[in-house]
Ligand binder design. Structure first.
Ligand SMILES: [Zn+2]
Length: 554
């Protein structure tokens, strides 16, 4: 969270400097949130408030790793998630987040139903060569710029004129009632009271109830965002005692809301949805990989990772015109390079131009050979992607199929992704081209799950750069104790669980993707939509609802 997800401690400091009386603001923050994890919610909906049937309540727990959720439910130390979701509803056994596995890209995919190439929010930071814009959402002035940047409709917009409410999620375009809590949560951040921000999210229920009472209707979707676990993981590591306390705290806060929904009679008509955007992986001491120094000092390129996102555009353009390489090394375990073409930043460089630059350095200074880099990927043609890891090389190829793009992984000369050691998967790989969903099913148990279609897609995104690097386990391109953004299953898999009317308790769905959230929720809400608009599929089609209920009437 600190580096990845909402304004950083540095932003908190800025906020503190700006506040005319920080002590007063802190007092207000403590008054609003109180001490301890918070007791039962005491607000009440008036009898005349119209309740959508069904409605949806989303818990978006940043960085909540599905492996730990499963373990906590089996061992009984996540009692609320266990009761409400694992026993009381359905969960996905292997749900894949986006590539890169990072908050803004993943949340945009969940709430639009398409991959980053389509919605163009390709990370928490990205460089857009056409706009000469280096976006960094992890600055307080820009944390919600995603609402302008995301190029596809959100689920909230699709539901309009139905009213929706959001508490603390940055992507809220189309929401009727939004609670940002940025001043109070910024102050709590400043004083490192991260879990209090999760509690604040739940405590804001009272404000939503006040609005619902005044409007006489309860929102069709209410989204709660819990940022603390991710921040604690980045700062203290995913194996730390604070991380353990933070995950239990998330469970407790979910319990507060579910108990309240039940008490108000809302639970029986509400789908509750538990989502995370990615997992987390430990970074060892000394595990920082410095790509900017390599590219600038060893390669001799005019390279920068400096962020310019203010207006006017010509000033940004003038700044970046001085450089020939932009290194986006701020997104944890993923880094990307933008190479300026011979025609300038406005024209995408050809694969040959890119290859000339990145293959020129001596072998030990090449991106795929530097310690801590697991994989470098770049296009050698529009339908041909080269995967490099140390001396090893493989390819991903695409072709047009009758039902959309088909993908092949060519482990020649080397099995860079480690797929052919599994006999079933080896047969699948050698069979050649398959559709995107088949790759998800075939690779979901691998250490690098669901990589082939999403990586090919990412390399076609303008804002993603021409070369993308992912760190080995234990390493990060940022200085942090825990990270994500890479391709390892500990960071790529996300939590995805649902409960509500018609969902048989104890249901297990085999696989899903982040992009499945929007089509699934639209189906559950009975909203007619064109499946061709989404890269995700509805879990209703995967047996989410019991046979007696079936697909909601459209
Ligand atoms: Zn996150």
């Amino acid at each position: 969270m600190l580096r990845q997800c909402i304004p950083s401690a540095a932003s908190g400091r800025t906020l503190a400097r700006r506040a005319s009386c920080p002590v007063f603001v802190l007092g207000a923050a403590l008054w609003l949130t109180g001490c301890g994890p918070g007791g039962p919610l005491r607000c009440h909906l008036n009898p005349d408030v119209q309740r959508p049937s069904p409605g949806v309540v989303i818990f978006l727990a940043d960085g909540l790793p599905p492996g730990l959720v499963e373990q906590g439910c089996a061992e009984g130390w996540l009692p609320n998630i266990q009761k409400r979701f694992f026993e009381g509803g359905a969960h996905v056994r292997r749900a894949a987040s986006t590539v890169p596995s990072i908050t803004y890209a993943a949340v945009a995919s969940m709430f639009t139903g398409v991959l980053p190439e389509q919605h163009q929010v390709v990370g928490n930071r990205w460089f857009d060569p056409e706009q000469a814009l280096f976006r960094n959402y992890v600055k307080i002035a820009y944390y919600d710029a995603i609402n302008a940047d995301c190029t596809r409709p959100t689920i909230y917009e699709r539901l309009q004129p139905a009213a929706c409410a959001n508490i603390q999620t940055a992507l809220r375009r189309g929401v009727t009632y939004n609670i940002a809590n940025w001043a109070v949560s910024g102050m709590l951040w400043f004083f490192w009271d991260f879990t209090a921000v999760d509690k604040l999210s739940v405590s804001s229920t009272g404000e939503v109830v006040g609005w619902a009472n005044s409007q006489r209707h309860w929102p069709t979707i209410l989204t709660y965002y819990f940022p603390a676990l991710d921040t604690v993981g980045h700062r203290f590591g995913p194996g730390s005692p604070r991380y353990d306390r933070a995950i239990r705290h998330v469970d407790y806060q979910i319990g507060r809301v579910c108990d309240w929904l039940e008490h108000e009679g809302l639970l029986k008509t509400t789908y509750i949805v538990l989502l995370s955007d990615h997992g987390m992986i430990a970074v060892q001491p000394g595990g920082h990989v410095d790509t900017l120094t390599l590219v600038r000092d060893t390669w001799g390129r005019k390279a920068t990772d400096h962020v310019e996102q203010g207006d006017p555009r010509w000033l940004r353009q003038a700044y970046y015109d001085d450089f020939d390489t932009i290194v986006n090394d701020l997104d944890g375990r993923c880094t990307s390079l933008h190479i300026r073409s011979c025609a300038g930043w406005q024209v995408r460089p050809t694969p040959a131009e890119v290859q000339t630059v990145i293959e020129a350095p001596p072998p030990k200074a090449q991106l795929w050979n530097i310690p801590g880099v697991e994989l470098a990927a770049y296009l050698v043609a529009d339908d041909d992607l080269l995967l490099r890891s140390g001396p090893r090389q493989a390819r991903i190829r695409t072709r047009a199929g009758p039902n959309g793009t088909e993908y092949a992984y060519v482990p020649v000369p080397d099995d860079v992704l480690g797929y052919v050691g599994d006999p079933d998967l080896a047969r699948f790989v050698s069979a050649g081209y398959h559709d995107s969903r088949a790759w998800l099913h075939a690779t979901a148990d691998q250490r690098l799950p669901d990589l082939v279609p999403p990586l090919m897609s990412l390399l076609h995104a303008r804002r993603a750069g021409q070369v993308v690097l992912f760190a080995q386990p234990g390493y990060s391109f940022g200085a942090e104790r825990g990270g994500h953004g890479g391709i390892d299953r500990d960071e790529r898999l996300m939590t995805f669980a649902l409960a509500g009317p018609g969902i048989t308790p104890g249901t297990v769905i085999d696989t899903a993707r982040a992009v499945d959230v929007t089509p699934t929720l639209l189906d559950l809400l009975g909203v007619v939509h064109d499946t061709g608009e989404f890269e995700g599929v509805s879990l209703v089609d995967a047996g989410l609802l019991s046979a007696e209920v079936g697909r909601p009437a459209e």
